[in-house]
Design a protein around this ligand. Structure first.
Ligand SMILES: [Zn+2]
Length: 123
């Protein structure tokens, strides 16, 4: 369950930001999560509640936006949108086929990252 690690990272960044600006509390955190990260938003929210308990970040809202995955074909340079399959979820193996030429010689160019875009605090 790597959501707990991510939740902890978000918590630490939010806490630092709050301290830097002498905030009373953190109100909300705007997050972008790539579809191919294997992060489950509901699990992330649960984990976040656990790690932020009794801190300045407690009760902050997680505003989660999912960024869809994209691959680029090394064979024909076509860019395809991809969705993670149930099989990939289970095995962790992510091999995607080009929409155009069906090659699996592809690289993921979007959807593997998690970004904190914005943190709202109460001063
Ligand atoms: Zn291709």
């Amino acid at each position: 369950m790597h959501e707990l690690d991510f939740a902890y990272d978000i918590f630490k960044i939010a806490e630092e930001t709050a301290k830097k600006y002498n905030a009373k509390k953190v109100k909300s955190i705007f997050l972008e999560i790539g579809e191919l990260t294997n992060i489950f938003p509901e699990l992330l929210k649960e984990s976040f509640k656990i790690v932020t308990k009794d801190s300045i970040v407690e009760n902050a809202m997680l505003d989660i936006h999912i960024i869809s995955g994209q691959i680029k074909c090394r064979n024909c340079s076509n860019i395809s949108d991809v969705k993670i399959t149930d099989e990939a979820k289970l095995t962790g193996l992510q091999l995607f086929r080009c929409n155009k030429c069906d090659s699996i010689n592809t690289e993921i160019i979007e959807g593997k990252k998690m970004n904190i875009k914005n943190i709202k605090i109460e001063e």
